[in-house]
Design a protein around this ligand. Structure first.
Ligand code: FAD
Length: 304
């Protein structure tokens, strides 16, 4: 089903994001443990990331196909422009179509490690908007794109970045999923700017329940997102103990989601990092999962 149609349905659209595991063993755990457990939380769809430099290209498409056929769950493939000429991109998209994948999150991707600036491949795409146009002209995929509540890290002016986000919608993106953020006001300011620019597709917040102090410091440094002082202070307070940081992450993300739901967002997209416990607890705290038996302590998947 087209994801735009899922967002058009009444009610909240919950989605979970995964990355393709490196080993076959980890993939087995994902398919036999984590994914079935997460499916019981009732997501409308899941999405599978595309590794840096296109490194997981085959795995991403294969995982999306497996999730759709084996778990009967709608799944979206992320695709980036990194290292891909138009010819390569055509092969990737043809392959996605052959596997009956109907939804693509079209991204530019980050510069490969060691490079400070994004350099398009020969005969490739410089920006996500170019990839979106390319897909729109040739395929019937439902296309999503990324948006950045604090502006994209490479763009000196966040409103300029949001104008470019609007251009992605004008080019054919049918929904937007945001980068992680921890201050609800950043998301709401971006959303009202985009609405004023005439963007009327679903704008969905991306939520990252953090797992450790080291991880959240690394992620926010990479994408340029800030940690509000109270969140920063909590992380530093518990920094010596990953489990305390994880529990603090549940508290922070529950509050953030409550504020977002009060502001009428159409859905929540969880960066679940192939883990179950934090997302399950946040959904329970929000009243989105009624059954306490689905909480980590009550399942075989408690350690995610
Ligand atoms: P763009 O929209 O192309 O923007 C990139 C930069 O170019 C911005 O600074 C923008 O302001 C600027 N820009 C855009 N258009 C123009 C123009 N016409 N002229 C000048 N400047 C312009 N990365 C992965 O590698 N794999 C993934 O699976 C993945 N999944 C993601 C999922 C989500 C929900 C999000 C939010 C991000 C994801 N990313 C992923 C990260 C993403 O690839 C990076 O943030 C990347 O740096 C930007 O991608 P984009 O599609 O937003 O690029």
């Amino acid at each position: 089903m087209r994801i735009a149609e899922l967002y058009a349905r009444p009610g909240l659209t919950i989605s979970f994001e995964f990355f393709p595991p490196k080993s076959d063993e980890a993939e087995t755990v994902l398919f036999t443990g984590t994914l079935p457990a997460l499916k019981r939380l009732g997501p409308s769809f899941v999405s599978v990331t595309y590794g840096a430099g296109g490194s997981t290209r085959d795995k991403t498409l294969r995982m999306v196909e497996r999730i759709r056929t084996e778990l009967a769950l709608e799944a979206m493939a992320h695709v980036t422009c990194v290292g891909a000429s138009r010819e390569t991109m055509t092969e990737i998209l043809d392959e996605a179509r052959r596997r009956l994948i109907g939804n693509i999150l079209a991204l530019r991707g980050d510069p490969p490690r060691g490079q400070t600036h994004f350099l398009p491949a020969a005969d490739g795409f410089a920006y996500a908007v170019d990839l979106i146009r390319f897909i729109k002209e040739r395929y019937s995929f439902c296309i999503g794109a990324a948006c950045y509540p604090e502006g994209h890290v490479e763009c000196p002016d966040k409103t300029l970045d949001w104008d470019r986000t609007a251009a992605k919608v004008e080019a054919g993106a049918e929904f937007l999923i945001s980068q992680l953020f921890y201050d609800v006001q950043d998301f709401l300011t971006m959303r009202s700017y985009l609405h004023k620019r005439g963007v009327n597709v679903p704008i969905v917040p991306g939520i990252l329940p953090f797992l450790s102090a080291e991880q959240i410091r690394r992620f926010t440094a990479l994408c340029g997102a800030k940690l509000p002082p109270s969140v920063q202070a909590g992380i530093e307070r518990y920094a010596h103990d990953d489990e305390s940081v994880r529990l603090f992450g549940i508290e922070v993300c529950t509050r953030l989601c409550q504020e977002l739901l009060a502001a009428g967002v159409p859905g929540l997209h969880f960066y679940c990092l192939n883990r179950y416990p934090s997302v399950a607890q946040i959904m329970y705290n929000l009243g989105l999962v009624a059954d306490g038996a689905l909480l980590p302590g009550h399942t075989a998947y408690g350690t995610g």
